[in-house]
Unconditional design. Structure first.
Length: 314
């Protein structure tokens, strides 16, 4: 196992949390910030620690750099960026990555991984990741761990020579299955909560129940169709399975606002292209509800009319 430093790119909530977790595992970590300077320490407010329900403050010393200030060569990097920023983040630091570097990405949705795979060198290895951890960035150097979850990494190209992830407890054999499971949840909760400006738990309310059921049914039919490119990894996403998973997530995060809800509320770019957009394109636009959600998120002037149509679904 390589004992060289990890490079974490992206000083958002998840990037800061990942940095703290790596430090907790006695790993050396260098953090790249792309806008707001982090400094040389991160304070973790661990609200998710069951032993400290009111939070436990831990300070981690780290070295942080802007992309322009990097000088070392790194053989393992984790990109913790929005899906639409993944390729540009790689391009900003690629000259500081070794020819045999392990390239790890931790972002929502599907599609960005394929885009990054086309950018990296043939001698580099791509590891795709997904996380259900909850985190909230409080300031440039303080992050709150708001919800305990799981983080997994696996080989994007399952025919690659390498078989074990650097941190064995985070490695899985079939990362595509994990990515599709999260995509299924995100494709229901994110656009609905964003469009109707509601908290995650509200999707279970009677008002949205017909829409929720119809959205799940549409997606489950798609994921269990043998014509889907990743059918071997998604065939277990039946209507019952998806309903149980989404209900559980909505209940566990009932007071949270989804990332897409927050992005729209704060007038920021969304990951819509890599969630509903990916599904609409992959299905040759045979998912009418996802298509409506995708178009409404992208086009504010369509939202009110689309909301009426979606709520009329029975």
């Amino acid at each position: 196992m390589k004992t060289t430093p990890w490079l974490v790119v992206g000083a958002g909530a998840i990037g800061m949390l990942v940095t703290c977790k790596l430090k907790h595992l006695d790993q050396t970590v260098h953090l790249v910030y792309r806008s707001e300077k982090t400094g040389n320490a991160i304070t973790l407010d661990d609200q998710a620690d069951p032993e400290h329900p009111n939070g436990k403050l831990v300070d981690y010393k780290i070295k942080s750099f802007s992309p322009d200030n990097l000088t070392k060569q790194y053989d393992k990097v984790i990109f913790c960026t929005k899906a639409f920023d993944l390729v540009s983040a790689y391009q900003q630091v690629q000259e500081h990555l070794t020819d045999d570097a392990d390239i790890c990405c931790l972002c929502n949705g599907m599609g960005a991984q394929q885009e990054l795979a086309a950018q990296i060198k043939s001698t580099q290895t791509l590891w795709a990741g997904t996380t259900s951890e909850g985190a909230l960035k409080l300031s440039s150097n303080k992050v709150k761990h708001t919800g305990k979850g799981d983080t997994f990494f696996g080989l994007w190209n399952q025919q690659a020579d390498k078989q074990s992830f650097h941190l064995e407890e985070l490695g899985v054999a079939n990362i595509h299955q994990r990515l599709l499971e999260k995509l299924a949840i995100n494709a229901v909760i994110n656009p609905i909560t964003a469009l109707f400006a509601i908290q995650n738990g509200d999707v279970l309310n009677d008002e949205y129940s017909p829409l929720l059921k119809a959205t799940i049914k549409e997606l489950s039919d798609f994921f269990t169709n043998p014509k889907f490119e990743y059918y071997q990894h998604s065939q277990h996403l039946t209507q019952t399975n998806m309903t149980n998973r989404i209900t559980t997530v909505a209940k566990l995060t009932h007071l949270n606002r989804s990332s897409m809800h927050e992005d729209i509320r704060l007038n920021r770019p969304t990951e819509n292209e890599y969630i509903s957009g990916y599904l609409a394109a992959t299905s040759n636009h045979s998912l009418p509800i996802q298509e409506m959600l995708y178009q409404a998120i992208n086009n504010p002037e369509q939202r009110e009319e689309t909301k009426k149509k979606l709520l009329s679904i029975a």
